[in-house]
Every structure is written in structure tokens, then in C-alpha cells.
Design a protein around this ligand. Structure first.
Ligand code: BMA
Length: 333
């Protein structure tokens, strides 16, 4: 039996931009698009760059025929200009196994931009890492074995190694059901990864009873690495919601702090969600309702942060907060 969840509310320290109206949605895309969500965002070469997921070609029943990654650029992180064609499609992966590419995350390391992404293949779900200097061409550096996804890279080497957070799907040890946790791995070259270890179990998050996973790539602060993650709780009493016959999950955003020198140590975590579904885009209007999926965290010079999140697998939204407030939420564990 999943543990019962209390009412979940967003933290008062976050403010939704424009009361939760999307900053990017299908009307902004100059090519075929239906659901625009779960974006990664980075500041790179003087502008904001967003890589977003585009599910399109609805089959009328419950699935989309296509899923790829598009690009948008912005001078202020709020108003976006979308490139005239998709950035990364299934065809670009040159692998007949791949059926879908989605959920991009962006990190700049030493002046190069890295893209983590998920692919569905005919034999399992995999996490990929690619690099680009110019957002024209892209080089795939590494792909995991199934099943793994939600990978995010730290923006610098720690102790001489690259570090990533990730979310494998260990089914046999967890009773054959969703019961997934946040893991981490290390690499000397971003291609080969190992020294893997558990970072946080789903049971460590009071507002999750199903699974957790990385969200936005970590941001360095004096107090530690600031990390947004996603959490899922299930309530079997939830029935029809959105376009689906039955959708019993709710996705929220959580926040934690990791030790600067040893990021496998959690030094603080908020025991309550940072963002929980509340506005109509988050609870009612989407393909899948009740979903907040954080994918980008930008620290500004004035010590405020921009939090980018997908709402209900349909649109991309923005919230802001003061850095100090987020740090204060991360109580020692
Ligand atoms: C997860 C992923 C996300 C999605 C979420 C809610 O399993 O597929 O991309 O946002 O489900 O549907």
C-alpha cells in the first residue's frame, strides 16, 4: 500500500511567472508541434538557450507518433524565439532501434554545452549525452544501457571527475512496481561512466510514494550544489484526468543541497514540495494533468533563480525565487 499523501502545496518562496501562464507552448513553434514541455535551459554565449520536448502527431487514442527536441533562444529568459526546425530528431540518432528522443537537459562545462536526453528504443529506455559548440551540429558521446534516464551533468569536474545524476529503473528488487530512486555516476571523459552509487531513495522524500528522479542540472552555490528533483505520488482514488482514462500520479518539484566537494552527500532537503500542481495548466488543461517536471535552474547575478518546468506534459512554464530562500528551505537531513 502506498503511503497516503497530505495536501501538497507549492512553497510560498516561489512565484510563478505571469500567474502560471506558459512561457512556451505549441503556438510559438513554427513547425508541427502539439505538446511543448520538460525543457532544459542554460545561459550560453550571452543568451538563454532552451532545448524543449515536442510530442506531436496525436493518434487520437492516447499516444503521439513523434517526439523530438526543439531549440529556442532568448535575451531575457522569458521571451523566446524558436529555431525554424527541430534540433534533434529520431533520424539524427542514426539507430533504427530508437523510436523517441525527449526530456533534454543542458549543462555548460568549460565553455562547451552538453545535452543529456532520453531515448525510447525497441529494447529499453536509454540516457544519452551529447555535446555541441554551436547548436548546429551535435556529437553523441555516450549512451547508457536500459533502463535509465533523467540524467543531468554537474557544471564542473569534482575531484577530477565529471559527475552525473540519473534515474535507473530497478524493477525486480522493488516488487515489480515503480519504486525508483536518484543515483549518481562518475567519469573521467564523459564517455565511460562508473563508480555508481545511490544518492537518495524514494522513501527519503516525505511527499513521494512512487518514484523520484533528477530534475534540473545542479547549480553551484556557497552553501552547496543546489539540485531540483521531481517526485511522484500515486493515489489509487484518482481516476480520469486529462486525455487519459486513468492517471493516478502527481508530479512535484523538490529541492536539496549536496556537499560541494562530495556531492554524494546530501546536506539539506526541503521536506515539502518546492512546486506542486496548482494552476489550471498544471492541474486541468494538459495532456496529462497534475504534472510539474523541473528541468532548468538558472542562477542570476542578483541572486534570484529562474526555475523552468514542464506543466502537465503540455506547456513550459517559469517560476522565480530568491536563492537564499531556496537554501533556507534545505534543512539538514
Ligand atoms: C515520466 C516521463 C516524463 C513525463 C512524466 C509525466 O515518466 O515520461 O517525460 O513528464 O512521466 O508524464
Amino acid at each position: 500500500m502506498a503511503k497516503m499523501m497530505p495536501e501538497l502545496k507549492s512553497s510560498p518562496v516561489v512565484t510563478r511567472y505571469n500567474e502560471g501562464e506558459p512561457v512556451l507552448s505549441k503556438k510559438d513553434i513554427p513547425y508541427e508541434a502539439d505538446c511543448i514541455f520538460n525543457a532544459g535551459v542554460v545561459k550560453y554565449q550571452g543568451q538563454y538557450i532552451m532545448a524543449f520536448r515536442n510530442d506531436h502527431g496525436f493518434d487520437g487514442v492516447g499516444a503521439f507518433q513523434y517526439c523530438d527536441i526543439g531549440l529556442a533562444k532568448s535575451g531575457d529568459g522569458v521571451h523566446w524565439k524558436v529555431s525554424d526546425k527541430p534540433f534533434l530528431t529520431v533520424e539524427d540518432l542514426h539507430d533504427p532501434e530508437v523510436t523517441k528522443v525527449y526530456d533534454p537537459r543542458l549543462t555548460v562545462i568549460d565553455g562547451t554545452c552538453y545535452l543529456c536526453f532520453a531515448v525510447d528504443t525497441k529494447h529499453g529506455l536509454r540516457g544519452g549525452i551529447a555535446k555541441t559548440e554551436d547548436f548546429q551540429s551535435i556529437e553523441i558521446l555516450s549512451m547508457t544501457v536500459p533502463d535509465n534516464r533523467n540524467m543531468v551533468l554537474f557544471p564542473e569536474k569534482i575531484g577530477g571527475r565529471y559527475v552525473r545524476l540519473e534515474r535507473p529503473f530497478p524493477v525486480y528488487s522493488r516488487g515489480g512496481i515503480d519504486r525508483f530512486d536518484i543515483w549518481m555516476s562518475y567519469s573521467c571523459d564523459i564517455k565511460y561512466w562508473g563508480d555508481s552509487r545511490l544518492l537518495m531513495g524514494v522513501e527519503d522524500v516525505p511527499f513521494a510514494n512512487d518514484k523520484i528522479g533528477p530534475g534540473a542540472p545542479p547549480v553551484k552555490t556557497e552553501a552547496g550544489w543546489l539540485v531540483l528533483f521531481h517526485t511522484v505520488d500515486i493515489d489509487r482514488n484518482r481516476g480520469k484526468n486529462g486525455w487519459e482514462e486513468c492517471w493516478q500520479k502527481r508530479y512535484c518539484a523538490g529541492v536539496m543541497l549536496l556537499d560541494l566537494e562530495d556531492p554524494s552527500k546530501i546536506i539539506g532537503m526541503s521536506k515539502e514540495p518546492l512546486l506542486a500542481p496548482e494552476t489550471r495548466y498544471e492541474t486541468d488543461d494538459g495532456f496529462r494533468t497534475n504534472v510539474i517536471f523541473p528541468g532548468g535552474l538558472i542562477l542570476e547575478e542578483d541572486h534570484t533563480v529562474k526555475i523552468y518546468y514542464g506543466a502537465s506534459d503540455t506547456v513550459e512554464c517559469l517560476a522565480t525565487a530568491k536563492l537564499d530562500d531556496l537554501i533556507a528551505l534545505c534543512k539538514p537531513v
